[in-house]
Design a protein around this ligand. Structure first.
Ligand SMILES: [Zn+2]
Length: 421
C-alpha cells in the first residue's frame, strides 16, 4: 500500500513541478542579459575562471540558508565518490554547468522552486543527482583533452557518460546510506532503490541546461533515459562489488557474476570505469541514433503502403515500428495501427517524446501533401494530440499523450485508414 500511495503522490507532484520548473521558466530578464556573454559552449570553455564567474553572476554558497546547507552536505559525498574536488557556486537562473577551472555552477532559482514542492529526502536525491552529473563533467576535464570534449558531435556521448556516472553514484550513495547494514537484494528492495533514483533523474531532467548549450547536441529523452538507467544498473553492481571487497562473501561474488553473465557490459571488480562508461555511452548514443532513423523509415513505409490499398496497409502495419509496441485493430469500415511509446520518467520527458514523434510524423506526411491539424485537447483536457490528414482525408495519423498518468508515461501514434466502402 505504501508504495501505491507514493506513486500517486509522485505523479501529482510531478505534474505540478512541470508547470513550475520546466525549461526556461524562471529565467529572469537579468539572467537572459547575463547569458548573452556566452554565445556558445566553445566561448564558455575558452573563458577564464574570473570571466565565467562574473558572467554567470557567481554567488558563494551560504552557511545559514537551508537550501545552501542541503547542497553543502552533498558536496563531500559526491567529491569522495569521484575522488576530486571542485568549487561549487550559485548561478541564479542560468541552468547548471561545469567549467574546467571555474568549477560547478548550480541554478539556485530553479533548485529553490523545486525544494518548496517536495519532501526533504526526495530533494536531497535530486541535489545528489545533479551534483553527480556536474562532477562527472569535472572528471571528464581531467580524463580527456578539452579539444575532444568541445567537439560538437561528441556532445551527446559526453552528456550520456555524465548521466551514467550520476546514476552509478546516486545508486551507490542512496543504497549505502540506507539503514540496513547490507543491501536489500530482494526484487522489492531493488525496485524501491531504482524508483528513488528515477525520481531524482526525472527532476534533474526538468531543471535543464544553460542557454548557451546547443540543445540539438543533447541526448533526446529516450536516449537520456537509457543513459541514466544503465548508470543505475552499473551502480547496483558497483555496490555489490563494494560489499564483496569488504566481506569477500561468496554470495556477493555470485551476484556480480550472475549480473555480468546476463549482461557482460556491466562493471566487474577490475573494470576501468572511465573506459567502461565511455564505451557504454557510445553504444547507447549509436543505437539510439539508429533507432530514430529506422523508426522514421518504417513509418515512411507504412504511410506509403496506403497507395497500394487496404491490404497493403494491413501487411505493412502488421510489421509495426521498431522500439515501440504496435498493434492493429479494425473492421470493414476502418483499420488502425496503434503504437505505444512508454517512458518511465518525467512529464517533461513525455512532452519531449511527443514532440519528437510529431516532428517525425511531419517529415513523413507533409512532403506527401498531407495537412497538419492544430493541436487539440481531448477528453476534458486529459489528452493532447496532433493529427495529420491525407489529401483524400481517408487516412489520419495522430500523435497523442495522456497528460495525467501513473508512473509510466505513454505517448501514442495511431494511424487510421477508412475503407472506401
Ligand atoms: Zn551536462
Amino acid at each position: 500500500m505504501q508504495s501505491v500511495r507514493c506513486l500517486a503522490d509522485w505523479t501529482r507532484r510531478s505534474v505540478l513541478l512541470t508547470s513550475l520548473a520546466g525549461y526556461g521558466v524562471g529565467l529572469s530578464p537579468e539572467a537572459m542579459q547575463a547569458q548573452r556573454g556566452f554565445a556558445s559552449r566553445d566561448q564558455f570553455f575558452a573563458a577564464d575562471s574570473a570571466t565565467v564567474r562574473l558572467k554567470l553572476g557567481a554567488t558563494p554558497l551560504a552557511d545559514s540558508i537551508a537550501l545552501d546547507s542541503v547542497v553543502r552536505a552533498a558536496i563531500p559525498i559526491v567529491s569522495a565518490f569521484f575522488k576530486l574536488s571542485a568549487d561549487v557556486f550559485w548561478a541564479d537562473g542560468q541552468g547548471s554547468s561545469a567549467h574546467p577551472t571555474a568549477g560547478i555552477a548550480l541554478d539556485r532559482s530553479r533548485l529553490g522552486s523545486m525544494r518548496e514542492e517536495m519532501e526533504a529526502t526526495e530533494f536531497s536525491n535530486v541535489v545528489l543527482f545533479i551534483l553527480g552529473h556536474e562532477f562527472a563533467h569535472m572528471g571528464q576535464f581531467r580524463h580527456y583533452p578539452l579539444s575532444r570534449l568541445r567537439t560538437s558531435d561528441r556532445r551527446r556521448l559526453f552528456e550520456c557518460q555524465a548521466d551514467l556516472w550520476a546514476g552509478v553514484m546516486t545508486m551507490h550513495v542512496i543504497t549505502d546510506s540506507s539503514p540496513k547494514a547490507t543491501p536489500d537484494t530482494s526484487q522489492k528492495g531493488l525496485e524501491q532503490d531504482f524508483f528513488r533514483i528515477e525520481q531524482a533523474a526525472a527532476l534533474a531532467y526538468q531543471i535543464g541546461t544553460p542557454s548557451w548549450e546547443e540543445l540539438s547536441e543533447h541526448p533526446p529523452p529516450l536516449m537520456r533515459e537509457e543513459c541514466v538507467v544503465r548508470g543505475l544498473e552499473g551502480g547496483l553492481v558497483l555496490r555489490w562489488i563494494h560489499y564483496y571487497d569488504e566481506s569477500h562473501a561468496a554470495s556477493w561474488a555470485s551476484l556480480i557474476a550472475a549480473a555480468r553473465s546476463k549482461d557482460p557490459r556491466l562493471p566487474g571488480p577490475s573494470s576501468d570505469e572511465w573506459a567502461l562508461t565511455e564505451a557504454e555511452a557510445t553504444a547507447i548514443v549509436d543505437s539510439r541514433s539508429r533507432t530514430a532513423s529506422s523508426q522514421r523509415d518504417a513509418l515512411d513505409r507504412v504511410v506509403a503502403s496506403i497507395d497500394s490499398g487496404m491490404n497493403g496497409f494491413v501487411n505493412e502495419a502488421a510489421k509495426g515500428l521498431p522500439f515501440v509496441h504496435c498493434s492493429t485493430t479494425g473492421d470493414r469500415t476502418a483499420i488502425s495501427m496503434t503504437c505505444k511509446d512508454s517512458i518511465p520518467f518525467s512529464p517533461r520527458m513525455q512532452v519531449d517524446e511527443y514532440n519528437r514523434l510529431r516532428e517525425m510524423a511531419r517529415t513523413v506526411t507533409i512532403p506527401r501533401g498531407w495537412s497538419e491539424q492544430s493541436e487539440q485537447l481531448l477528453d476534458a483536457g486529459r489528452w493532447t494530440g496532433t493529427s495529420f490528414l491525407s489529401p483524400d482525408r481517408r487516412t489520419s495519423l495522430t500523435i497523442h499523450y495522456r497528460k495525467v498518468a501513473n508512473r509510466r508515461r505513454d505517448v501514442f501514434l495511431t494511424m487510421t485508414v477508412k475503407s472506401r466502402i
